[in-house]
Design a protein around this ligand. Structure first.
Ligand SMILES: Cc1ncc(COP(=O)(O)O)c(C=O)c1O
Length: 447
């Protein structure tokens, strides 16, 4: 099939389509993708590159999976859509919720479905407030999250997101949201001989709860590994201390597993690495590997009991038209089958190690400040000076140098973010490392 003319399509795109984070200066020569297979993607000019971010951290089972297309077709030709409002249900949604109850943290057995990450954040926040109202603590409404945390960009989610660029042109933010610093091992300066860095970073939550007033704080919202903020893997003792603080002050712990869910970090869910269970977990992305939009939240048995025992007039009055969408749930079920049958969670751990070990061979290159990762999430942080750790300001150049060599991914400032599909082959992983190795000196030149 002849591909359409790239220049003409670009003109049409610029005239009619507004993109996420849109600005025309960044959109003069957009990559127009037309095809994907495994970890590879092809653009309108026939150029093939490695998809270094697996779509947007979500194409866990890789591109071009016929099983998922067939699952969608089967469900669409049987019953594409029906309402899931209370009093109605459907078979794929029931099966998916039951299957998730076996996969997710032991104390979380009940699920509400959304269409994506931001809707999941909204659902978590509202559920936390709802829960405290059922406990006769209606003043517990505040949400604490972290700088560099990313939770989506609808109004409440944006207010929880801790990256000020996302706020600037949309202020004012929703009230009752505040942020603490991220644990960020490479840049966090707290901790001493008596208190580890991880505990010191977690103690910022205790300080914030005390400052806000424990009777006013509903929840702490955090990603197990921060993704969009620059792949920040916390210290091993961070979340244990966070859990203890949440318990001490009656604050719900919400785990944002939109990226870390469904195998990305080498376990099914992120907090499993540290033996911690949240009260609410939210997900999206990897549940369908991005083939159709689906997200959701899972709530602890305690929260579910509160939902069940509240009188009807004080019900959990939260809803989306597409909650429990039969087609999306059917695709999720097929996606879970692939993850299980192909052992992709274990594979993420193994290939993730290969990726991280490979990237560590770049440690001594000029400009490489930090290399970090967990499972199939990794980052290389470039700096102008290894001693001062000052910004290199080479993000756009680095992006281009990698793309030229066949690797497509996103930069967060000077941080190269990597999260390829879990099916990426060993040879492709090694190629990613080689491309990054070649692109760094090219990008740093003349810096
Ligand atoms: C951790 C996390 N939470 C929430 C979101 C928002 O998801 P969406 O873009 O589907 O609204 C994202 C998106 O990248 C994310 O990474």
């Amino acid at each position: 099939m002849a591909l359409p003319n790239a220049a003409e399509r670009t003109r049409s795109d610029l005239a009619h389509l507004i993109h996420p984070l849109y600005h025309p200066t960044d959109h003069q020569e957009p990559k127009i993708w037309v095809e994907g297979r495994g970890a590879m993607m092809k653009d309108i000019n026939g150029v093939e590159v490695i998809d270094g971010l697996g779509g947007l951290w979500n194409v866990n089972v890789g591109h071009g999976r016929r099983e998922l297309a067939e699952a969608a077709m089967r469900q669409m030709s049987t019953l594409a859509y029906c309402s899931s409002y209370t009093g109605a249900s459907n078979l794929p949604a029931i099966e998916l919720a039951e299957r998730l109850s076996r996969l997710v943290y032991p104390s979380i057995n009940t699920f509400f479905f959304t269409s994506g990450g931001a809707e999941s954040t909204e659902s978590s926040i509202k559920t936390a407030r709802f829960y405290w109202k059922t406990q006769s603590k209606p003043d517990k409404v505040k949400i604490i999250s972290r700088l560099l945390g990313y939770h989506g960009v609808t109004m409440a989610a944006m207010s929880a997101t801790g990256i000020p660029e996302y706020w600037q042109m949309f202020e004012p933010r929703v009230p009752h949201f505040s942020h603490i610093a991220s644990p960020y091992p490479y840049r966090f300066t707290g901790g001493d001989a008596h208190t580890s860095q991880g505990v010191a970073a977690a103690n910022l939550l205790e300080e914030a709860i005390q400052r806000e007033g424990p009777d006013t704080v509903a929840a702490f919202l955090a990603e197990p590994v921060q993704g969009a903020g620059g792949v920040i893997v916390p210290q091993d003792d961070y979340f244990l201390r966070i859990r203890a603080i949440c318990d001490q002050y009656d604050v719900l712990l919400i785990s944002d597993e939109v990226i870390t869910g469904f195998g990305r970090t080498g376990t099914w869910f992120g907090l499993e690495h540290w033996g911690v269970e949240p009260d609410i977990m939210q997900f999206a992305k990897g549940i369908t590997s991005g083939y159709v939009p689906l997200g959701g939240i899972g709530v602890s048995d305690t929260i579910k009991a509160a939902m069940d025992s509240t009188p009807p007039e004080q019900r959990w009055m939260h809803a989306y038209t597409y909650s429990g969408h039969p087609t999306c749930c059917a695709v999720a079920l097929a996606n879970l089958t692939i993850l299980e049958e192909e052992g992709l969670v274990q594979r993420a751990a193994e290939m993730g190690n290969r990726l991280l070990e490979g990237l560590h061979t770049l440690d001594d290159l000029p400009g490489v400040g930090d290399v970090r990762g967990l499972g199939m999430m990794a980052a290389v942080e470039l700096v102008a000076d290894k001693a001062t750790r000052q910004e290199a300001k080479v993000g756009p150049r680095m992006y281009q140098e990698m793309l030229k060599r066949g690797l497509y991914t996103r930069m967060r400032g000077d941080i190269i973010c990597l999260a390829p599909p879990l099916v990426t082959t060993a040879a492709q992983i090694d190629r990613i490392v080689d491309i990054v190795r070649e692109a760094i000196p090219a990008a740093m030149q003349g810096q």
